[in-house]
Design a protein. Structure first.
Length: 503
């Protein structure tokens, strides 16, 4: 499923109308009819339905919805919100009127009474172009709708929600259902704005799919994508061909971090795994898995420090960071791995803090570099506050990945994966049960294994993030709850996910 910005969607609309020859009024007709069909299983013919129509394209869609439902015997009244309708919207208002439909003005006294009695409200007021604070009469109308007891349907996106980000966002329609035209917009995946969509589905209105795909800078990663791109174990493969991984981390106070990463890497298919950690930590890790080998790293005050004779040339991928500490000598080790390794290197947790003062080192690498920050770590790298980051995560992640030439995994409810060329993938698996310590460590281990088994780094990362979230989903569906799920439980979920992928 593609994800498009307002600018990208406008370009697809322009192409459809100017290059293909599909008129705007036909697109409105297609949108309105498709949305009405989606609504019908959720409403009754005796329900009192109000369709709130703005003056732009969304308003035109709304008049088609109202006419379609009216023509099929539903109890519909359209409400005009705003003045100066576009030509296409005005044309559809006239068709609705000629069919005998009632058009009520939003400022009429009768509107308030109708709103109180309404059981269904269709929000067709504002579309892609909205930004910033709403103005009258939209402010009052949005507040009134949100105060009502009606079931609310929004067209494309709830009025007041920006398409691309949450900057200057204050208030919007709280929809129960949103029918998105062709492709979701970034705000459907942003923490501050996503809840306003309610349950959302896309509807196709006949826009050229191939052109939309070429314009879209982002997409979701689906089960079909995973099955298409996941490598098949070959009959003559062995531990060497399945990848030799090196995992560096685990101070005295955080031995569990490297333990969970190691377990996940092996469960996700790594052929061989070497764990670089403190000598005192090795027994703790070894008690949980016998399959790994170990390299003892130098220690100072309970944290890992630079080990000058460490050889990183024998590995197919390396992960650095989990629980290793943040001292200067620890940072020197991280930077030396980045400089010397000619294979993919993934930085997580403390490893991300080590590069903050020397981001230029990332651009100088020839092999792929993967960063896996949560919002707090990402905000640290960008020198900004977390709320500012969360207002425009797509934009900021894209800029960072392009400037520093990294694969960036911005973790969250919808993890955003960005390639060095700026293309983005959004993961939709996972649940709040992952909101516990250790989940990120498990993800890093899975990604280590994936990077060694895929030729394409972006597919490796997208599949790893998908598998991580899906493991949590299958466990919650089967044996666990979001409340009790632990990071170590994910190992059991991985087996079920991998079996499903191979079916």
């Amino acid at each position: 499923m593609y994800i498009v910005t307002a600018k990208e969607m406008y370009e697809v609309d322009r192409y459809a109308m100017e290059e293909i020859g599909i008129s705007g009024s036909i697109l409105m007709e297609s949108a309105g009819r498709a949305i009405a069909e989606r609504m019908k299983p959720l409403i009754g013919t005796t329900d009192r339905i109000l369709v709130l129509c703005g003056s732009g394209n969304n308003g035109g869609d709304g008049y088609v919805v109202a006419r379609t439902l009216l023509n099929e015997g539903y109890n519909v009244t359209a409400v005009q919100v705003g003045r100066n309708l576009t030509a296409d919207a005005a044309m559809h208002q006239q068709v609705y009127d000629r069919l005998g439909g009632e058009v009520m003005d939003v400022e009429a006294d009768a509107f308030q009474m109708a709103l109180v009695k309404a059981e269904i409200i269709v929000d067709a007021m504002l579309g892609l172009g909205v930004r910033g604070k709403l103005r009258s009469p939209y402010t009052e109308t949005v507040q009134a709708v949100n105060d009502s007891d009606a079931l609310v349907f929004a067209i494309d996106l709830p009025s007041g929600v920006p398409a691309d980000d949450a900057v200057e966002f204050e208030e919007a329609i709280q929809a129960d259902y949103t029918f998105i035209i062709e492709a979701p917009k970034p705000s459907a995946f942003i923490q501050k704005t996503a809840p306003y969509y309610g349950e959302w589905k896309t509807v196709s209105i006949g826009l050229p799919a191939a052109y939309l795909g070429r314009q879209a800078g982002a997409r979701t990663w689906t089960e079909q994508d995973v099955k298409r791109s996941f490598p098949i174990r070959q009959p003559f493969s062995h531990k060497g061909t399945n990848g030799k991984g090196f995992l560096i981390g685990g101070g005295i106070e955080m031995p569990g971090s490297v333990t969970m990463s190691s377990m996940a890497a092996l469960r996700a298919g790594a052929g061989l795994l070497t764990v670089g950690t403190l000598r005192q930590v090795i027994p703790s890790v070894l008690s949980h898995l016998a399959e790994a080998t170990f390299t003892s790293l130098n220690e100072e005050n309970g944290v890992i420090v630079d080990t000058e004779d460490l050889d990183v040339s024998a590995y197919d991928a390396i992960v650095v960071g989990m629980g290793m500490g943040r001292g200067e000598s620890t940072a020197a080790l991280t930077k030396r791995v980045l400089e010397e390794a000619e294979v993919p290197v993934l930085l997580d947790a403390d490893g991300l803090y080590h590069i903050k003062s020397d981001l230029e080192i990332l651009r100088n690498r020839q092999a792929p570099t993967v960063l896996t920050p949560h919002p707090g770590e990402m905000a640290m790298l960008l020198d900004m506050k977390v709320p500012e980051l969360l207002e425009r995560p797509f934009e900021l992640a894209r800029k960072f990945a392009i400037v520093h030439q990294v694969h960036l995994v911005l973790k969250g409810a919808y993890t955003i994966i960005t390639a060095p060329d700026g293309s983005q993938v959004v993961n939709t698996t996972g649940n709040p049960g992952l909101g516990k310590g250790g989940s990120g460590d498990v993800l890093s281990g899975i990604l280590l294994a994936m990077l060694m088994q895929h030729e394409d780094p972006m597919e490796a990362i997208a599949n790893g993030v998908y598998v991580h979230g899906k493991a949590a989903d299958v466990l919650v569906e089967d044996t666990h709850s979001q409340q009790d799920l632990l990071a170590t439980d994910l190992m059991k979920g991985l087996a079920k996910v991998f079996r499903n992928i191979s079916d």
